[in-house]
Design a protein around this ligand. Structure first.
Ligand SMILES: [Zn+2]
Length: 363
């Protein structure tokens, strides 16, 4: 498992236009078609339409409804007792025992048991509780390594800001807005010298606390962003993004480092936005899915050969670009032999990284 990999260092691959998971394993035994969490499969439950789909006796107590559905919002998904059932529109079964949730890009709701049985929508439900995750964004305007001095200008910073903001918004949307970010931003002008404890250049984790006097409990995630390549030189980093922790050495937070691996950073961000802007979402999943929720029992995908569930997309039938994979991991809708895996709405409102570090709660 990736969380057992040394100090929690996880590499994401891919400098050559491949910002997705570094996946090499393909298990032919797993399904290779798109899963039910995909919009293209809307209407199909895991078993092909839900327990009462389509049959002449399926309408139950509201026989006569033209369309008995739960949720009509795009991207909506239905859970029963925390377990993914299918994508909307999804037939409402006769048996409405248990706890039913509807999640959409705009929010997630508890479907009230005494609500209408036809055309169930978000307005008929009760909003699920949300959780705030606190992020510290540190822009390193000047880093040096092995004689290479790399600085950011205003256009670079604007592009990086866009990538960062869009990535956090993607996580919120994929999490049904059950997770909301509270961001603190810091920009560091003084040159910071990178270190190479494992043979490749990174920001020394001991420097992170000094940059903003961070103590455990302050933040869930600390994101360090810096230039890795200029027209004149490169730090030769074999990664795009790295994820660490949470653990004692990361000040109780998850730490993400992203080195921008192209001299023209605005052009890079434009290309990523068009193709696969997932590097920060990917690194956050290492922290949140694997090392936080997964370590506490949230259902994880099987790991790839390198030990990372987040890197095992192709074994589950997903293809680049990887944003669908990340969404389904966050929603807990990745089809697996035993049901579905991922975080999902049962875990998203639980104790966060910083809350756990501060001893306020535990998963
Ligand atoms: Zn990775």
């Amino acid at each position: 498992m990736s969380r057992a990999a040394g100090p929690g260092v996880l590499l994401v691959a891919l400098l050559a236009g491949c910002p997705g998971p570094d996946v090499t394993t393909v298990d032919a035994g797993r399904r290779t078609d798109a899963g039910p969490g995909h919009a293209a499969d809307a209407g199909a439950g895991r078993d092909g339409g839900g327990p009462d789909a389509g049959g002449p006796d399926a309408a139950g107590p509201d026989a006569g409804c033209d369309a008995v559905t739960i949720g009509d919002a795009p991207g909506g998904v239905v859970y029963r007792d925390g377990v993914f059932q299918g994508a909307t529109p999804w037939p409402l079964p006769d048996d409405r025992s248990g706890t039913w949730w509807l999640g959409t890009d705009q929010g997630a709701w508890h479907i009230l048991p005494d609500g209408p049985a036809c055309q169930f929508t978000a307005a008929d439900g009760q909003p699920l509780p949300t959780k705030t995750w606190r992020a510290l964004k540190i822009t390193l305007r000047d880093v040096t390594f092995a004689g290479c001095d790399l600085a950011l200008d205003a256009a670079d910073e604007a592009a990086i800001d866009q990538l960062f903001t869009d990535s956090l918004a993607t996580i919120e949307t994929d999490a049904f807005q059950l997770l909301q970010w509270d961001v603190t931003e810091v920009a560091v002008d003084a040159p910071l010298t990178l270190v190479a404890p494992s043979g490749y250049p990174v920001v020394d984790l001991d420097d992170v606390a000094a940059l903003d006097a961070v103590v455990p409990g302050d933040y869930d995630v600390i994101v360090l962003l810096f230039r890795g390549v200029s027209d004149d030189c490169t730090i030769d980093a074999p990664y795009f993004g790295l994820a660490y922790g949470p653990e004692a050495g990361t000040h109780g937070a998850g730490i993400i480092q992203v080195q921008m691996p192209q001299a023209d950073i605005p052009a890079l961000v434009d290309a990523l936005t068009l193709y696969d802007p997932g590097v920060l979402v990917h690194e956050w999943l290492h922290i949140a899915l694997e090392n936080h929720f997964g370590a506490a029992g949230a259902p994880l995908p099987a790991p790839d050969e390198g030990g990372s569930p987040v890197h095992n997309a192709t074994a589950y039938g997903y293809e680049a670009p990887w944003m669908d994979w990340y969404r389904d991991l966050i929603r807990g809708t990745v089809p697996d032999d035993d049901g579905t895996v991922g975080i999902g709405p049962a875990w998203l409102p639980q104790c966060t990284v910083r809350e756990q570090a501060a001893g306020l709660c535990a998963l």
